[in-house]
Ligand binder design. Structure first.
Ligand code: ATP
Ligand code: MG
Length: 578
């Protein structure tokens, strides 16, 4: 499903070397901000953070850290209708989980809220009215759109543009006091209706919205627009470099205009490319729709590109940070292969995930010449992680009845199939060589059990006579197995660009009906009985898996984070094609 990707360079820098870094270096050189670097990450608390936000987080925190600066977490909470405390909490948790912190040495936290600046923003708006740079406008939204003009056609000035300062002050105060219904009036900046930049055509600064805010309650009946609130919030916090995505490039003249009119501290806005990923949607609005319409199991569904979702899927913060470092930043929007993100989680988990054995689709194997139980357990030594000697070894119990994968047996083996089939010998991982002697079928002709013999002289996996077997398969002892549920995932969308739909259809038309496959009755080796939620392991030959919070004592549930990209999957596919 996932396209193959070119191998990225082995060494991926933690803080990407990029054009933004060059700008910062230059500002440091010219002492523009007295050698200070301060950034912010400004999420709107109207949804959960996604992998695109991770790019912005890594960039902002990474740059400041590199130059001994600070990063503020600032909630851009100027839109009370869509914002909630639940989102604030999840954002704080997610940024911490990614590994970033905003604590001062004295323990205070650099967490800020645009809503804390509402009084200051209001005072500045009054100042702009007084200097003739802002006016109260009575045009409806529809009229305003018509007056605004287009890219090829200049705008028309509002008939309310030349109200006196006194009238503007009076009306603005009454807007604030809640005298008018929603949308009845706006406060607009008086810039230039003939500007080729539509954002400069007397943009709205405040709108009337008699809505309760999750932090300021019912104090305000007017709320500032993003363009007015953002730069001024940056200025209040003395942000030096205000890094945002490319769609704000055309807003930069307005960002600068407000700050210049007010004569306040002037941060530098720098734009970079948004992250887009194949088979993935990175729009909070659309992700919210998936959650609200129950098309996924919640914001933290392991198929979601949210940080909560990919964490539950088993991704590590290190993998995400390495990915963000590797993709870097640029001035043009592109699209990154989902396979690249998977590459980084594989690389990280390969280093640290212990190897365990699990059988997802069990087939019973009886070793006929293995002694019936006498109470003692034949325990084999298994290496926990060949990549990490410090991970040590563990004991894996062997017994007369085992489970292997159904796929690891073929009654009639196709060409090139070297796993178990009648008369053939294979190695059981960490165990013995076994040879298949018989097949038991049900009435429909399905194989339900196979019989084998084992060679007691091959304990540990090697034959003293040096004879070779071509295949090693994993297994679990039936008497000791732990039953588990395992959830396998495919991308949530069937199209590289989930927004690519025929006219009149929604992106949901591209949802992948096979994105989740739930397997029950999977058999795990007993050391996995006490697994804790979010523990990550490699099931040998099957991929990396992460224990889900739905796990209960003795009843683990695992999510497959990512399959192992090896020849197994390819051979599998080739065989199925035959
Ligand atoms: P969405 O489109 O998902 O709603 P947003 O831009 O509205 O995203 P914000 O909460 O305003 O969400 O974003 C906070 C910060 O994260 C902003 O600086 C924004 O530019 C950045 N950001 C959002 N999405 C991406 C992305 N896909 N790639 C890089 N940065 C992003
Ligand atoms: Mg936004």
């Amino acid at each position: 499903m996932t396209p193959l990707i070119p191998h990225p360079p082995a060494e991926t820098p933690a803080a990407p070397s990029n054009f933004i870094r060059e700008i910062v270096l230059k500002d440091l050189d010219t002492k523009k901000y007295n050698g200070r670097v301060q950034t912010r990450f400004p999420p709107e608390p109207n949804g959960y953070l996604h992998i695109g936000h991770a790019k912005s987080i890594c960039l902002n925190f990474g740059l400041a850290a590199e130059f001994g600066g600070k990063t503020n977490l600032r909630f851009d909470d100027t839109n009370p209708e869509k914002e909630e405390q639940e989102y604030v909490d999840s954002i704080i948790e997610n940024v911490r989980w990614l590994g970033f912190d905003w604590k001062e040495p004295d323990g205070t936290e650099r967490v800020f809220y645009a809503s804390d600046y509402f009084d200051q923003l209001y005072a500045w708006a009054v100042q702009l009215i007084q200097s003739g740079k802002a006016f109260v406008c009575d045009l409806t939204a529809e009229e305003m759109r018509r007056y605004r003009g287009t890219l090829t056609e200049p705008g028309k000035e509002s008939p309310y543009r030349n109200r006196s300062v006194e009238e503007n002050l009076d009306l603005f105060e009454r807007m604030r006091a809640g005298e008018f219904p929603d949308g009845a009036r706006t406060l607009r900046a008086k810039v230039d209706m003939a500007s080729p930049n539509l954002n400069m055509r007397d943009p709205v600064m405040y709108r009337i919205l008699n809505a309760e805010h999750h932090r300021t309650g019912n104090k305000w009946s007017i709320y500032p627009m993003y363009d007015y609130a953002h730069g001024q919030s940056d200025s209040i916090e003395r942000i030096t470099h205000s890094i945002c995505t490319l769609e704000f490039e055309d807003h930069r003249p307005l960002y600068d205009w407000f700050i210049e009119q007010l004569g306040i501290f002037h941060p530098r806005q720098i734009e970079f490319d948004r992250l887009n990923l194949t088979y993935t949607l990175l729009s909070k609005r659309k992700l919210l729709q998936l959650v609200q319409d129950n098309l996924v199991r919640g914001w933290d569904d392991p198929r979601m590109p949210t940080l909560s979702g990919i964490r539950r899927r088993g991704y590590t913060p290190e993998a995400i940070r390495n990915f963000c470092g590797a993709i870097g930043v640029s001035k043009t929007n592109g699209i990154i292969e989902l396979g690249l993100l998977e590459h980084f989680v594989r690389e990280d988990l390969n280093r640290r995930a212990p190897r365990m054995m699990a059988v997802l689709r069990p087939l019973r194997v009886v070793i006929d010449n293995y002694p019936e139980g006498d109470g003692s357990v034949d325990e084999l030594d298994a290496v926990n992680n060949p990549e990490d000697a410090s991970a040590g070894t563990r004991k894996v119990p062997f017994s007369r009845v085992l489970y292997i994968e159904q796929d690891d047996f073929r009654e009639v083996p196709p060409k090139g199939y070297y796993r178990l089939s009648p008369g053939k010998e294979v190695r059981l991982r960490w165990g013995y060589l076994i040879t298949c002697t018989d097949v038991v079928k049900d009435e429909q002709g399905n194989v339900v059990e196979i019989h084998c013999t084992y060679d007691p002289a091959t304990r540990g996996g090697n034959a003293p006579d040096g004879r070779k077997v071509k295949s090693t398969i994993h297994w679990v002892s039936a008497a000791h197995a732990v039953d588990a549920e395992v959830r396998l995932y495919e991308p949530l969308f069937t199209k590289e660009n989930p927004n690519d739909v025929p006219e009149g259809q929604e992106f949901t038309a591209n949802l992948n009906p096979a994105s989740l496959e739930v397997l029950t009755g999977c058999k795990l080796e007993p050391s996995l009985a006490a697994v804790q939620p979010f523990e990550r392991v490699q099931f040998e030959r099957l991929g990396y898996f992460c224990a889900d919070p739905d796990s209960a004592p003795g009843k683990p549930v695992f999510n497959r984070t990512v399959a192992l990209r090896d020849s197994w999957a390819k051979i599998e596919k080739r065989e199925k094609g035959k």
